[in-house]
Design a binder for this molecule. Structure first.
Ligand code: 5AD
Ligand code: SF4
Length: 351
């Protein structure tokens, strides 16, 4: 239940009062501690390919960006990285790439997921948890990856406003298609995550308030919400923004409001948030985030996975220090699933 109506949310987002911000963050923090405790769960992020057939106007991986060097990691490297995450006690990985656009690539990914689960199961009773984020696929392909053992999927809606969605995507990329994908993922049984970018050119606080309503209506299990950061080699970076705003604070407010509205979902302190402020990780957690995705992509490929400019890369030592400085605790050796998912499934069973 959202403690605020949309109009109140707009007022909070519009406000420059430090007291309003402080009490919002405090309330979100209290809710998080009560519902989820102090633990912060890890998803080792493996960005296994930066090829993408899409042309989102904001993203550095877009097909038309000829300035980046494209790569695909080999199967052995991906499995090695996954097992490294496992040995570090992460217990979950996230496999991410530009959008997959062939059955051959789905087969490749499904085989890898199976192998990762098998290898990790041989070492302990609980395998690695596998989250995927590889774009819009068919129902059958999502099902294939689920049957291979993946159980969480992230597909951001980017903005819940169909008009703004149209402005930041080429005409071939459809808002309704993304909704269909989110429906398919839920129907198959995945823990479903979506999210948006905060501070897009032309995005209003009313639209952000509607994004929160969208997440609730969709009954999501996971949220990935981060600031929009212009990438100099994309068309959207050349679009001037009329709003002069503090995107960092706006993102923290959105995280806190999301935590209050959806107390038991998993919420990530995004790399983008960490990239625009040196204290982004700590503040993200203090605003209610309970998931971190440390990047495990090989060092020499990381700069090629350039969704936006100046992407932050924190070491595990830095992450640990930040988490502890905020009074939180890293949840090693646990899947750290979204409690909301189990509640939702239980309700579904009971009809
Ligand atoms: N700024 C912030 N986030 C971005 N993403 C892509 N480009 C940008 C950008 N310029 C995010 C999108 C996408 C995810 C893979 O990365 O939300 O869903
Ligand atoms: Fe491709 Fe995703 Fe970037 Fe769009 S946001 S260009 S689908 S990687």
């Amino acid at each position: 239940m959202n403690p605020y109506r949309e109009q109140e949310i707009v007022e909070i987002l519009n406000s420059n009062e430090p007291e309003i911000l402080n009490s919002l963050l405090q309330a979100a923090h209290n809710t998080r501690i009560k519902q989820l405790g102090k633990e912060v769960y890890l998803r080792g992020l493996i960005e296994f390919s930066n090829y993408c057939p899409r042309n989102c106007l904001y993203c550095g991986l877009r097909k038309s960006n000829e300035k980046i060097h494209r790569y695909r990691l080999d199967e052995e490297i991906i499995i090695e990285l996954a097992m490294m995450a496992y040995n570090m006690g992460f217990q979950s990985i996230a496999l991410q790439s530009g959008e997959i656009d062939s059955q051959e690539q789905v087969d490749f990914l499904a085989a890898i997921v199976e192998k990762i689960i098998l290898s990790s199961k041989q070492r302990s009773h609980q395998s690695l948890g596998v989250t995927l984020s590889v774009g819009e696929l068919s129902y059958q392909q999502y099902l294939q990856l689920w049957q291979a053992g993946a159980h969480r999927y992230l597909l951001r809606i980017e903005t819940s406003d169909p008009v703004l969605f149209k402005k930041i995507h080429p005409p071939s990329q459809l808002y309704d298609r993304r909704l269909e994908c989110l429906d398919a993922l839920k129907d198959i049984g995945y823990q479903v995550g979506t999210g948006i970018m905060v501070g897009l050119p032309g995005q209003s606080n009313e639209q952000l308030a509607q994004d929160l309503t969208f997440f609730q209506k969709r009954d999501i299990d996971m949220l990935g919400l981060g600031p929009y950061i212009p990438h100099s080699d994309t068309p959207l970076a050349r679009v001037p923004d009329r709003h002069e705003r503090d995107v960092f604070t706006l993102t923290l407010k959105m995280l806190a409001l999301a935590r209050l509205a959806m107390p038991d979902i998993n919420m990530v302190a995004s790399t983008a948030l960490q990239s625009i402020n040196p204290l982004g990780l700590r503040w993200g957690l203090m605003a209610g985030a309970n998931i971190i995705m440390p990047v495990l992509t090989p060092e020499e490929k990381r700069s090629d996975y350039s969704l936006y400019d100046n992407k932050e890369q924190k070491s595990m030592e830095e992450i640990t220090a930040e988490v502890e400085a905020g009074g939180f605790k890293l949840g090693y050796w646990k899947w750290g699933d979204s409690p909301h998912y189990f509640q939702r499934r239980e309700e579904l069973k009971q009809g």
